[in-house]
Design a protein around this ligand. Structure first.
Ligand SMILES: Nc1ncnc2c1ncn2[C@@H]1O[C@H](COP(=O)(O)OP(=O)(O)OP(=O)(O)O)[C@@H](O)[C@H]1O
Length: 257
């Protein structure tokens, strides 16, 4: 039997801002169900790569394929319909609506035509039941009735994750999901992401190496817009080029990076 192909293929992706090459012929893959971490020092090109994959930034050159289909020229919403989920866009949360309403609206937004005419997403069980299920998955079921604006920072990030999951993505793009969180919130988010492992592939940009090594099946290390190394966590941790450029002798990321 043929092994399944990659879910995401990035091939020769290049992007320059004036004289700065942010992506330099970048190539890597994400396999179905895999948690793939993108790491590297400040300015290595991680966010630029994710923005091009999401469709927010136009590459100068290269190709992006999702499940074998070229998506390089598709707008953000078309990529979302094909299974690319982007979390942590805080602007999409409506602060005066309840946590459950926010997720129900996200379910509605992804459900397409059949739901467009339904007036009240707040009452429709076809939207609220899956929304409740998403909240349970991210550990927010207990605050479903609270106004989204009253959530703590950590809870808001989980709400955004639930909203991204509402679109049933096949690949979640997570750019620093623990940013601004304290130790406890961060640990809870790691647990939530661990719980999602295997159900959705994730491309994770993260500076905290404890988080990366706790979650990643594979790691790609960027430096100066190029791939420095790619492989399983143990191989990457032991790679002399990665140690020299990023991890340091102890296998710990330089601080604060
Ligand atoms: N809109 C932009 N205009 C000009 N230069 C940019 C722009 N976005 C990114 N850059 C530059 O491109 C390079 C890569 O930036 P990018 O934000 O992708 O790196 P990063 O690895 O995500 O860094 P960090 O870990 O600090 O978030 C940097 O030199 C950055 O200054």
């Amino acid at each position: 039997m043929r092994a399944p192909g990659p879910l995401l293929e990035v091939e020769g992706l290049s992007k320059a801002f004036g004289g700065v090459t942010a992506s330099d012929a970048l190539s890597f893959t994400v396999m179905p169900g895999e948690v793939h971490a993108l790491i590297g020092p400040n300015g290595a090109g991680k966010t630029t790569a994710v923005a091009q994959i999401a469709g927010e930034l136009k590459p100068d050159d290269g190709r992006i394929r999702l499940d074998g289909r070229e998506i390089s020229h598709l707008p953000v919403h078309r990529r979302a319909l094909l299974g690319l989920g982007r979390s942590f866009q805080i602007t999409s949360v409506l602060p005066d609506f309840s946590v459950l309403d926010n997720v129900a609206l996200a379910v509605q937004a992804h459900a397409g035509h059949s739901f467009r005419l339904i007036r009240n997403a707040r009452r429709d069980a076809r939207l609220r039941d899956p929304a409740r299920a998403m909240l349970t998955r991210v550990g927010l079921a207990a605050v479903a009735g609270r106004a989204a604006g009253a959530l703590s920072h950590g809870e808001k990030r989980k709400l955004e994750l639930a909203m991204a999951l509402a679109g049933h993505p096949r690949l979640l793009l997570l750019d620093e999901p623990m940013a601004g969180m304290g130790g406890e919130d961060s640990a809870r988010m790691v647990e939530v992401l661990q719980g999602l492992k295997g159900t959705v592939a994730m491309l994770l940009v993260e500076h905290d190496m404890d988080v990366v090594f706790a979650l990643a099946d594979r790691i790609t290390v960027l430096d100066g817009g190029r791939v420095l190394a790619t492989g399983d966590p143990e191989a990457v941790r032991a790679d002399p080029a990665v140690i020299a450029a990023y991890l340091g002798e102890e296998g710990v990321a330089c601080q604060p990076c």
